[in-house]
Design a protein around this ligand. Structure first.
Ligand code: NAI
Length: 395
């Protein structure tokens, strides 16, 4: 079948297998070019391993420090006349490349929130790896079925307490408009915390600890975002930000657990705003990202997921480095994004962006390029006019 991008709002409903593989190769090349991370993690569990920051973590560990990886994710295979999700193709490409390099790479596709998937992961670790040195928790999900109560919690991206009005951009059509988002109900706040907060991360870590599958000194990291005040109502102080506060609470508990396990640690890494499937769904944020990309590219400080995670591993976690924590115990690889010069320029540009000047004032073109790359489109060397086989079994 010939696969072309079909963008519907903030998602693309098609994905290109060879394009996804070419994208993965760019990330692998970056990690290799940066050189070995030594000493680095050797046996890594990545929960949310198929796209975005989790995928970057898997690649940085595999090709930076020769790690064996177990990836957990939730992706849809191809169906009649319909390609698989990009995370499906990404995982196949990563697994092939890892195995070709002589590295262990296995995958579990299913609901990471469930007891069953946790049990499968524990069994595989026990049988194949013995123990784990690093757990990366990088889920971004719209819903969670609670494993104890069976309740289905749905996360929402809303402000809390009062309505929020700001500019937003339809990245597909290039139209800048004003959006007003009504505040979340108490139930929506609690539901978002249940999905994107820290309870599930704790369940994973406690299950691994109880089964004695954490190597002495093992580390755990989960990812968060803070950003500038223009996005605070919808992010940091919104439903997702409150859930992230709960993730920080969980990090402190897990840190205590790991400290007692041979002096390990758990922490939150606050990362840069980037185009991913998760972030493109947040109102207002894509416009901010489009401005940010323009400014950071001009400053020579622009990074994508792989650059962010490679820097996190190489300068904060491994390579003989120890994390430089902020006052709340978080690592900040959003440091270049949050530089005063960059943020002052964002504040200056923000009020004057319109549909008419969007292409000049922002890097909307770069945003769109990155967005399509998430689905394997626009990669050099891929013949998009050629027939391609969408049905590829998971490895
Ligand atoms: P993403 O959408 O690219 O990746 C999400 C991953 O979670 C995928 O591997 C997906 O398969 C997996 N997943 C979702 N539901 C699942 C389930 N029920 N069971 C198993 N796997 C499931 O998201 P992204 O952006 O990489 O986000 C990862 C983390 O990084 C999130 O905590 C997010 O808040 C954080 N972050 C994202 C930033 C951004 O700008 N994109 C910035 C800073 C932090």
């Amino acid at each position: 079948m010939i696969i072309r991008p079909k963008v519907r709002g903030f998602v693309c409903v098609t994905a290109h297998p060879e394009g996804c593989a070419a994208h993965i190769q760019e990330w692998i090349d970056h990690v290799k070019a940066k050189g070995p991370i030594h000493p680095g993690p050797k046996r890594v569990l990545v929960i949310g391993a198929s796209t975005g920051y989790g995928l970057a973590s898997r690649i940085a560990a595999t090709f930076g420090s020769d790690a064996a990886t177990l990836g957990v994710f939730f992706e849809r295979p191809s169906e009649e006349g319909r390609p698989a999700t990009p995370g499906w193709y990404n995982t196949i490409a990563v697994t092939r490349a890892a195995r070709a390099a002589g590295r262990y790479a296995k995958n579990i596709n299913g609901d990471a929130f469930s007891d069953d998937i946790k049990r499968q992961a524990l069994e595989l670790i026990r049988a194949d790896l013995g123990q784990i040195d690093l757990v990366v928790y990088s889920l971004a999900s719209p819903r969670r079925t609670h494993p104890r109560t069976g309740a289905v919690h749905r996360s929402v991206l809303k402000p809390v307490n009062q309505p929020y009005t700001n500019k937003t951009v339809d990245t597909d059509k290039g139209i800048v408009s004003t959006v007003t988002i009504e505040p979340a109900t108490d139930l929506e706040v609690a539901d978002t915390r249940a999905v994107m907060g820290g309870e599930d991360w704790e369940l994973w870590m406690n299950a691994l600890a109880d089964a004695k599958l954490l190597a002495p000194g093992a580390q755990a990291v989960a990812y968060s975002y803070i950003g500038p005040d223009v996005t605070w109502a919808i992010y940091k102080n919104g439903t997702i930000g409150l859930a992230k506060n709960d993730l920080e609470r969980a990090a402190r508990n897990i840190d205590s657990l790991l400290k007692l396990n041979g002096g390990g640690r758990a922490f939150i890494s606050v990362n840069k705003a980037l185009v991913t499937q998760a972030s493109s769904a947040i109102p207002v944020v894509p416009l901010y990202i489009s401005i940010l990309y323009k400014l950071m590219k001009a400053a020579g400080t622009h990074e994508g997921c792989i650059e962010q995670v490679q820097r996190l591993f190489a300068t904060q976690m491994y390579n003989g480095c120890t994390p430089k924590f902020d006052e709340l115990g978080r690592v900040r690889v959003d440091d270049w994004e949050m530089r005063e010069g960059i943020q002052a320029a964002v504040r200056e540009i923000w009020p004057r962006v319109t549909t008419e000047n969007l292409a000049d004032e922002t890097d909307i073109a770069g945003y769109r390029t990155e967005f399509l790359k998430l689905f394997g489109f626009g990669l050099k060397g891929v013949d998009y006019a050629a027939e391609t086989e969408p049905h590829i079994p998971m490895l």
